[in-house]
Design a protein around this ligand. Structure first.
Ligand code: RIB
Length: 301
C-alpha cells in the first residue's frame, strides 16, 4: 500500500435538518441540529484511514475544543496528524450545513485556521510530501498554497489529485498543469469550465476543456447519474449504485478517498472509480460527514 498525504481543511460541521431549504428572506423551522467532524480535507483523510489506506494530513486547527475533537477523530482511524498544526488566535474552521428531506445539502464554510496555511508551512512539511506517493488536495485552503504544493509534489514525481471544491472560476493553468486527476461534481465542473453541465454529453465537453488546460484525467461525479472518466483517449461512464439517499454530505469526499485507497492498493483507475461509487453509495445512506463513512470491512476493496 502506497503512502498518501492529504493537504486540506478541517471543519466542525453544525448540521441543521430541514424539510425544505429556506427561500431568500424566508424563516423556517428546523427539525434538529447536530455537531459532526467535517471539512473536505479531514473527511478525505478520515475516509482513507477508515478504508485501510496509509495517510498523513497537513492542515491547521485553532487551539480550541473543536480542533481537539477533529484531530482525535483522525487519530482514531490511524491518520498521522503530526502536521495538523494548532494555531493560536484563530478558531478551528466551521461549516453550517443544511440538509433537506431530499438528502440535498447547502454548506457555508467559515475557514478559520484553514485560511492561515501558507507556503512556508508547506516548506516545513516538505519531508512528509517527499515520502508520499499521492498528494490529495481540495480548495478550502488558500489556492496559492494548493498551487505551490501541486508544483512541488509534481516535480517530485508524485501523483497529484485535486478535488476542486468549493469551485472557483478560472483556476490558474499554472495549477491545472500539475494535476494528474481532477474530480469535480457537475456544479463544480460548470464553474471551472464556464460551460453548462446538465447531462453526460455536456459533462464530457466541459471536462475536455480542463484536459486542454493540462489536467491528465477528469472524473466527474454526477450523483445518481454515476461518474464519468474523461481522458485524451477515452470517455467512459460508470453507473451509480442505486440506494435511498438521506444525506449527500461527504459523498464526493468518500468517493475520492476510496479512489485513492484503490489506486494506492494497486488497482486500475477504472477499478478505483467503481470502488469510489460503491463507497459513496453507502455514505449517502447515513447522516453527517465523517459519521457516514463506511470502513473496509463493510465494503471491501
Ligand atoms: O464535503 C463536505 C464538507 O464540506 C463538510 O464536512 C464541510 O465541513 C465542508 O467542508
Amino acid at each position: 500500500m502506497e503512502q498518501v498525504v492529504v493537504l486540506g481543511s478541517l471543519n466542525m460541521d453544525q448540521v441543521i435538518r430541514v424539510k425544505k431549504m429556506p427561500k431568500k428572506g424566508e424563516t423556517i423551522l428546523g427539525l434538529g441540529m447536530s455537531k459532526v467532524p467535517g471539512g473536505k480535507g479531514a473527511n478525505q483523510a478520515y475516509a482513507i484511514g477508515r478504508l485501510g489506506g496509509k495517510v498523513s494530513m497537513i492542515g491547521a486547527v485553532g487551539q480550541d475544543e473543536s480542533g481537539q475533537i477533529l484531530k482525535k477523530n483522525l487519530d482514531s482511524v490511524g491518520v498521522n496528524t503530526d502536521c495538523v498544526m494548532e494555531l493560536s488566535d484563530v478558531s478551528t474552521g466551521n461549516a453550517v450545513i443544511t440538509v433537506d428531506q431530499e438528502a440535498e445539502n447547502s454548506i457555508i464554510v467559515l475557514q478559520g485556521a484553514n485560511a492561515e496555511l501558507t507556503t512556508a508551512h508547506i516548506d516545513a512539511f516538505k519531508e512528509m510530501i517527499s515520502e508520499a506517493d499521492v498528494v490529495l488536495m481540495q480548495l478550502e485552503i488558500p489556492v496559492e498554497v494548493v498551487e505551490y504544493t501541486a508544483k512541488m509534489a509534481s516535480e517530485m514525481g508524485k501523483t497529484v489529485i485535486l478535488d476542486p471544491a468549493p469551485a472557483v472560476p478560472d483556476l490558474p493553468e499554472t495549477l491545472l498543469k500539475y494535476i494528474d486527476v481532477i474530480k469535480p461534481n457537475e456544479t463544480e465542473l460548470s464553474v471551472l469550465s464556464g460551460m453548462p453541465v446538465t447531462n453526460l454529453e455536456e459533462a464530457a465537453a466541459a471536462a475536455k476543456k480542463l484536459l486542454k488546460k493540462g489536467v491528465a484525467k477528469v472524473i466527474v461525479t454526477m450523483g445518481a447519474d454515476g461518474s464519468l472518466l474523461v481522458t485524451e483517449d477515452e470517455i467512459r461512464h460508470f453507473p451509480s449504485e442505486k440506494v435511498k439517499a438521506i444525506d449527500t454530505t461527504a459523498a464526493g469526499d468518500s468517493f475520492i478517498a476510496a479512489f485513492v485507497v484503490a489506486i494506492t492498493g494497486g488497482k486500475s483507475c477504472e477499478e478505483a472509480i467503481v470502488y469510489g461509487n460503491r463507497i459513496s453509495a453507502v455514505t449517502v445512506t447515513r447522516k453527517g460527514a465523517q459519521t457516514s463513512i463506511p470502513d473496509k470491512t463493510e465494503v471491501p476493496l
